[in-house]
Design a protein around this ligand. Sequence first.
Ligand code: SAM
Length: 234
Amino acid sequence: MTYTVSPIGFMRSCFKEKFAIPRQPQLAPAARGVLELVAPFDHADALQGLEQVSHVWLLFLFHQALEEKPRLKVRPPRLGGNQSMGVFATRATHRPNGIGQSVVKLDKVEPGRLWVSGIDLLDGTPVLDVKPYVPYADVIVNASNSIASAAPLLILVEWEDNALLQAREHAQRLAEPLIELIEQCLAQDPRPAYQIPAPERRYGAQFWDVDVRWHYPQAGVIRVLEVVAATPRT
Ligand code: SAM
C-alpha cells in the first residue's frame, strides 16, 4: 500500500549544503531559517494560536538522501561511520520514507511564514507538518539512549584575525548571528570521525551566502581561515 504526502512548505535555511550541519537540532541556536508555507497552509487560519508556542516539531523529508532501496542497517556518523546499526536505532538520514523530525525554537509567526532557530535542516527541505512541542508529554526526564547518551563533545574554534573581520562584515550585511553560527557548527567538528586531519588540509562549508574555510592546526582545534562570498557550486 502506498500513501502520498505533499509538503506544507519549504525551509529557507542558513545551511546550503549537508556538510557542517549539526547532527541534531538545538546544537547551534544561531542556526536560523524561515519555513515558507505553501497554499492552502499559508493562510492565517492555519497558524492561529501558534504564537502561544515556544517550540515546534518539524516533520520533513530528507530530500537529498532519498533512496530507492530501503536500508536495514546504517553507519551513523556519530559512531565514526564504521560501525553499523539497525536503522530504527538511529536518526540517520537514510531511512524508510526519508522522514526527519526536529524540535526547533519558534521565533516569529508571520502570515505564510514561521521563523525558526536551532535548526538542522538543509536549505530547500520539504516540510510535511508542524506540530507544537508539548513539554508535559515530550520531556521524558528518565529517558535513556546509550548509543547517543550526550551531545557531542565540542572542540575549540579559533579565528585568524582577518577571518573574524570578514565574518563581522558579513554578519552585519546579513543581519544574522554569523560568528555564533560558525562557532557553534564548527565546534561540533563536522569532519567525518574516520578522517585524521592533516594541518595542511583545508575544509569548507557554505553558511547563508558565504564560504567558510578552516583547518585543524592540531588535534582538537579548528582554526577559521577565511569567510568569503560563496562561489556558485557546479
Ligand atoms: N533531527 C533530524 C532527525 O532526527 O530526524 C535530523 C537528524 S540527521 C542525523 C541530521 C543531518 O541531516 C544533518 O547533519 C544534515 O546533514 C542532514 N540533512 C538535513 N536536511 C537534509 C535534507 N533535506 N536532505 C538530506 N539530508 C539532510
